[in-house]
Design a protein around this ligand. Sequence first.
Ligand code: SAM
Length: 293
Amino acid sequence: MRFDILTIFPEFFGALPDQGILGHGVVSRALRTGLASAHVHDLRSFTHDRHRTVDDRPFGGGEGMVLKPQPIFECLESLAIAPRPARDGSRETVILLSAQGKPFKQSTARRLAALDRVVLICGRYEGVDERVSQLLCDEELSIGDYVLSGGELAAAIVVDATVRLLPGVLGHADSSRYESFGEGDAQDLEEERKGRASGGGGTDASADVQAPPRSTNASNGLLDYPHYTRPAEFLGVSVPEPLGSGDHQAIRRWRRQAALAKTLANRADLLSGADLTDDDREFLATLGYRRGD
Ligand code: SAM
């Protein structure tokens, strides 16, 4: 999978794959091993004046400067990216990072991870001439309800969240399914339900209750559960007892309930869309939650 990042601050990304904000951990490894590639393009290289001007004053007056459309159009032309109508149906997308964009979510990252090429346009100053969005971009994405000084951090976030979903990037294929905002257990719960309907039995939230618990298995709309490592006691706080018990079912049950409690505490809004079992609902009721709260 290929990323193209258009920016007036290419140094932000360093000398990929080893430097800059994408030069670390699993993303850097994916870039080094060719599972993904990221190409950074300096918009000033597509200007034609002595000062390499990329911005100009806004029509209508007002604060700040606006990124001109022409360097962006020329940059995309040099990358053989066609304007929008000619691109429809292809496995590439052009994205403008913008505070006015649609929210970038894990589901967005999953959708992008299925494409061959993602082009990310980083704004600066007051933003980007609107014709870039109108004529070139398939979508505008925002990484959250706040205003950054530029799109570079947002682009790095989109690349990071997407690259780690590509096959082969994470050590274990299931890692990205069974984590916060993952889609793992929704499918498992469905399989389990089918198993029950055909007399297969089973009461746990996972398809195979005998199997060792996955390192993470909250998902299906819940946040991940809390994680612990050695020492078993730290500053007087012990690791929850089931985690050291070796009892797979007890571990799974504790993790599920801890994920429910964490989601209720930090993101109760997610519970209304989560795939909850009767046991989940009973447990949540003990914490004072009822669906619709
Ligand atoms: N005038 C714009 C507004 O009020 O929406 C803010 C422009 S901001 C200072 C400059 C650039 O930072 C934007 O063009 C965009 O590329 C990027 N940016 C700022 N906030 C962002 C966000 N929440 N998500 C994605 N990109 C963002």
